[in-house]
Design a protein around this ligand. Structure first.
Ligand code: TYD
Length: 205
């Protein structure tokens, strides 16, 4: 079982991904909890390049290739081995982040993005993707309160709005794996809902 969490900055997906991981560990499941960018040692170096607010000159194509370099390492070194050994993998961000941020946000060519995706993931898609949807102002405000500043976070509201709309479109195009959840709802309510969807999906396999 391969589960990804997606959404704009400040949507609460990291909290929810952790809560699901804790819940699954409590019922005795073996799992790997991981993150993009930065789910491997090499990936964490790539993450530093990507998110450093000083790197204003990073061009969109270089950004795209770095996210994909991180993912290639992550899939090969972390995700595939864990799935092969029968573990559940929960990742905080995966392929849909690239489609939403570099595709819908930056406006890069979707054909190129999908070619890279196939190359890098070897066709591995999540079984379930939880999309935490929240309005952009609320998301950015949450991040500001948490003191989170990085290069992507510093983009303007319009960029984040395009990313949000992109996610909604990706969700509509992939209804069998996407579950959209209102990120503005109470934390525990969302966690219960996610846990319920997971159990339903596992029992249906
Ligand atoms: P992170 O600190 O993990 O932010 P968040 O808590 O919102 O997940 O930083 C990851 C940033 O990188 C985030 O702004 C989204 C962006 N990103 C992309 O633009 N493309 C990608 O493919 C991925 C994985 C992340």
């Amino acid at each position: 079982m391969f589960i990804s969490f997606e959404g704009i900055d400040g949507c609460g997906k990291t909290t929810q991904a952790r809560l699901l991981a804790e819940g699954l560990e409590k019922i005795g499941m073996y799992l790997v909890f991981t993150v993009e960018p930065g789910g491997s040692v090499i990936g964490s170096k790539i993450r530093n390049i990507l998110l450093d607010p000083k790197h204003k000159e990073l061009v969109p194509l270089a950004e795209l290739l770095l996210y994909n370099a991180d993912r290639a390492q992550h899939v090969e070194e972390v995700i595939l081995p864990a799935l092969k050994s029968g573990k559940v993998v929960i990742t905080d961000r995966y392929i849909d982040s690239t489609i939403a941020y570099q595709g819908y946000g930056r406006g890069l060519d979707m054909g190129v993005l999908h070619t890279l995706e196939n190359l890098v993931t070897r066709g591995l898609k999540p079984d379930i993707t939880f999309l935490l949807d929240i309005n952009v102002e609320q998301g950015l405000e949450r991040n500001m309160l948490a003191g989170k500043i990085d290069r992507i976070q510093e983009e303007d509201i319009r960029f984040h709005e395009m990313v949000r709309q992109g996610y909604l479109k990706i969700g509509e195009a992939n209804p069998w794996r996407f579950f959209k959840i209102d990120g503005g709802l109470a934390k525990d309510y969302i966690a219960d809902k996610i846990f319920g969807i997971f159990l339903e999906r596992v029992n249906g396999l």
